[in-house]
Design a binder for this molecule. Structure first.
Ligand code: SAM
Length: 298
């Protein structure tokens, strides 16, 4: 149709929930009826042929497996929280990345998952129950209203910030589930660009707020947008503040080929995914606070 470049059919990805099972046992079970391969980059991620439908498979309904895309899974892996850490997921519903964090932490330590929207906070609770994680506390409120100097956040070492975005990197049929309806990028060009600028202003505020927590060492800012205004421009706008607080940009998945748009010095640290990679359009950035007297840890 038209002159659009054909995009590769997307393989189906799934994430094994290591809180409930092992990758080996899921591979063994699924390979009885499907072609299954392990992803070469994201741990506990399996790749199945395009079109494989596992929605009602018992492994999915009982929470042993999450139908989560590879790009989405890169986000929590980039944050790399250690078991025992205190971690904040700032904009958490429906909670796929929250429960991925819990799995990466072997269920040890604590996660605070904040979600503004009441209905979506219920979905978040449901996702947490399905995952079996028992180290996640939910907060139904505005991340921007959390006082970063409140003693209950004094030990937060890592923050995942995956805020509302235009969703322009995601196929339309999945948007309803993933994003609030007011976030959908399905309007005309003029209203889309004014909405993207509003989102971008919120994203800059939220990222600046995340960087202000006193003990935070790692902050991941991610979107499922392809717009520069929500991605590189947000990171570039907060860089002076980040630098003044001792953060620098680190390079998540250095082996990945597609980096940020070359619009500022340092944008090669950023990560983008694209339908040309057989993935959805995501953006991932990672800020790491330099350890006293040492270099930023990757
Ligand atoms: N990380 C989630 C996942 O992987 O399942 C997806 C997050 S979605 C892109 C963004 C979420 O942020 C929405 O559920 C939205 O309601 C919530 N949100 C928007 N503004 C917020 C705010 N100021 N404080 C907390 N949550 C907010």
């Amino acid at each position: 149709l038209g002159n659009k470049t054909p995009v590769k059919p997307k393989p189906r990805f799934l994430r094994v929930n290591t809180l409930k099972t092992t990758t080996e046992s899921v591979v063994e079970e699924l390979s009885k009826i499907h072609m299954v391969a392990k992803d070469d980059m994201v741990p506990d991620m399996l790749v199945l042929p395009p079109g494989t439908d596992l929605h009602s498979h018992p492994l999915v309904t009982n929470g042993k497996v999450f139908l989560q895309g590879k790009a989405s899974c890169m986000v929590a892996v980039a944050l790399c929280p250690k078991p025992g850490w205190k971690v904040l997921d700032a904009c958490a519903a429906p909670g796929n990345k929250t429960v991925h964090l819990a799995a990466l932490m072997n269920g040890q330590g604590g996660i605070i998952a904040c979600e503004l929207n009441k209905e979506r906070a219920k979905t978040l609770q449901h996702t947490i129950r399905r995952s079996g994680a028992n180290n996640i506390q939910t907060v139904n409120g505005d991340f921007l209203d959390i006082d970063s100097n409140d003693p209950s956040y004094a030990e937060v070492r890592a923050i995942l910030l995956d805020p509302s975005c235009s969703g322009s990197g995601i196929s339309t049929e999945r948007l309803d589930y993933l994003l609030p309806s007011h976030s959908r990028d399905d309007q005309d060009d003029a209203s889309t660009s004014s909405r993207v600028l509003k989102l971008s202003a919120f994203q800059k505020k939220a990222l600046s707020h995340a960087l202000s927590f006193p003990s935070v060492e790692r902050v991941v800012y991610s979107t499922c947008s392809i717009h520069q205004a929500e991605n590189e421009d947000v990171v570039n706008a907060v860089l002076p503040l980040a630098t003044s607080l001792g953060f620098e940009l680190a390079t998540p998945f250095p082996q990945w080929h597609r980096r940020g748009l070359p619009v500022f010095e340092g944008s090669e640290h950023l990560l983008r995914t694209d339908p040309e990679d057989g993935l959805e359009g995501f953006f991932v950035s990672l800020f790491v606070r330099k350890a006293a007297g040492g270099d930023a840890e990757e």
